[in-house]
Design a protein around this ligand. Structure first.
Ligand SMILES: Cc1ncc(COP(=O)(O)O)c(C=O)c1O
Length: 456
């Protein structure tokens, strides 16, 4: 029995017990709201779509996290992706501690930067050069700048429901926090800027061809999540990625595959690594973006791709990108330690955990009579509540899910000691620390959560 389950068993039922269990988090949330907009530094953390007290966490170890009130949860958020090996993996912690002792940064190059670039290139055969930045947002922003610099064209295509960070041109019909809060885009983006991004339905090659014909010679690049993972998991339909690359290239545009979330997680070589096996030789995206796992939990992300395109970056070429913290030695050390430890055994464990969890969730929801689909992309999964006789393919499909059921399910899981993403539009992240015992703990919490969803 987890700490949360023990606490639930030994206290009187009802809201008083819940309030006692979250008193410190509630106090912190109130204090944070006095000085930080919404009390959070990234919107989804606010529990806005599920309600209740957002937990403040003070510790993470392996597959568990502990909140400020001392309650321990099995974690399926994984820091939104980076915690591939589990929280506070000893090798990653040791690497960061060692780097810390050597100085926090020099504003000059450190050996770890090229070592990390070598590690990325070794896993990603279509990546010839790498530039390190600090966030996924910077990575996609820079990839787009390279594409515009290479093609001298202004327009970008993105797909509805895909999230590529919070730069101005990429916030239209974006997933993640915008989907969670039902926002079509962001205030503060100029009409001129928004007009440079064409938003198309995902998995629709006819719409893509039509857009290229309507804007002939104007489109610099198509940016796509390699498998959509910010509106829940929605992998590309068979043939979509190949058709996308062929269409873009036929019209002289580039393809940017965003692997910030899926990279080094969906498989050792990301979701592209899975799809590449099925592609004709030589057919590949031109640029990739990475984040999350590649930084091992510290602020680090990367752009990678064809040498001719990447060498358009300053100081070799005319496309500017720079950053005081780019390639920071602590972040590089965390990323390197994570990738070096993420061997075949780790990916086998992740796959086994995701498979077992899929079965447990399906069994519990089916037993409670809750219509649902468990969505998968490699080792990533998410749950869609609602009737989906046909697999969803677009953002519109996903938007009609039953978020009330998600909310009830989320809170029952939390009460049962499992920390799920507080949004129906986010992926569930397992780690190498999610062994059979941990999956068993999650399985114990599932029947009550499934019944709560059924009653919602
Ligand atoms: C696919 C994808 N691209 C880009 C980003 C932005 O990354 P960051 O939050 O590090 O700016 C995210 C973040 O979730 C993402 O999932």
């Amino acid at each position: 029995m987890s700490a949360a389950q023990q606490a639930a068993a030994s206290h009187p039922a009802g809201s008083e017990r819940a309030a006692q269990q979250t008193a410190r988090s509630a106090e912190y949330a109130a204090r944070a709201s006095n000085v930080i907009p919404g009390g959070v530094n990234s919107p989804v953390r606010a529990f806005g779509s599920v309600g209740g007290t957002p937990r403040f966490f003070v510790r993470g170890s392996g597959a568990t996290v502990t909140d400020a009130d001392g309650t321990e949860y099995v974690d399926l958020v994984g820091a939104w992706g980076p915690a591939l090996l589990g929280h506070a993996h000893p090798a990653v912690v040791a690497a960061v501690q060692e780097a810390t002792g050597n100085g926090l940064g020099f504003g000059a190059s450190v050996p770890g930067e090229f070592e990390l670039a070598e590690e990325i290139i070794a896993r990603m055969p279509d990546v010839e050069r790498v530039r390190l930045v600090s966030t996924g947002t910077e990575a996609t922003m820079t990839a787009i700048r390279i594409a515009r610099g290479a093609t001298s064209r202004p327009l970008i295509i993105k797909f509805a429901g895909h999230y590529h960070g919070h730069s101005d041109g990429l916030l239209a019909a974006a997933g993640s926090g915008l989907a969670t809060f039902g926002l079509p885009g962001s205030a503060g983006v100029t009409a001129e800027n928004a007009a440079q991004t064409l938003v198309l339905p995902y998995n629709d090659l006819a719409a893509l061809e039509h857009a290229f014909q309507a804007h002939e010679g104007q489109i610099a690049a198509v940016i796509t999540e390699s498998a959509a993972a910010n509106m829940g998991i929605l992998p590309p339909d068979p043939g979509f990625t190949e058709g996308l690359i062929r269409t873009a290239h036929a019209h002289g545009a580039l393809v940017i595959t965003d692997e910030v979330l899926t990279g080094f997680r969906a498989s050792a070589a990301g979701f592209w690594g899975i799809e590449r096996e099925t592609m004709p030789t030589g057919l590949a995206p031109d640029l990739f973006t990475f984040g999350k796992v590649v930084g091992g939990g510290l602020p680090l992300a990367a752009i990678g791709g064809r040498r001719d395109l990447m060498e358009l970056l300053a100081p070799l070429g005319p496309v500017y990108q720079g950053g005081t913290l780019s390639g920071n030695p602590l972040a590089v050390a965390a990323g390197l330690a994570t990738l070096r430890h993420a061997d075949a055994t780790v990916y086998e464990r992740l796959a086994a955990a995701a498979d077992a969890l899929t079965v447990e969730v399906e069994d519990a929801l089916t037993a409670a009579g809750v219509a649902h689909r468990v969505q998968r992309a490699g080792t990533l999964l998410s749950v869609l509540f609602g009737e989906y006789p046909v697999a969803p393919a677009t953002y519109d499909d996903v938007l009609r899910q039953n978020t009330e059921q998600h909310r009830a399910f989320f809170h029952a899981m939390l009460a049962g000691g499992v920390n799920l993403p507080p949004s129906a539009f986010e992926a569930w992240f397992v780690s190498a620390a999610h062994d059979d015992r941990v999956i068993g703990q999650i399985a114990e919490a599932l029947p009550a959560a499934a019944r709560a969803a059924a009653a919602a």
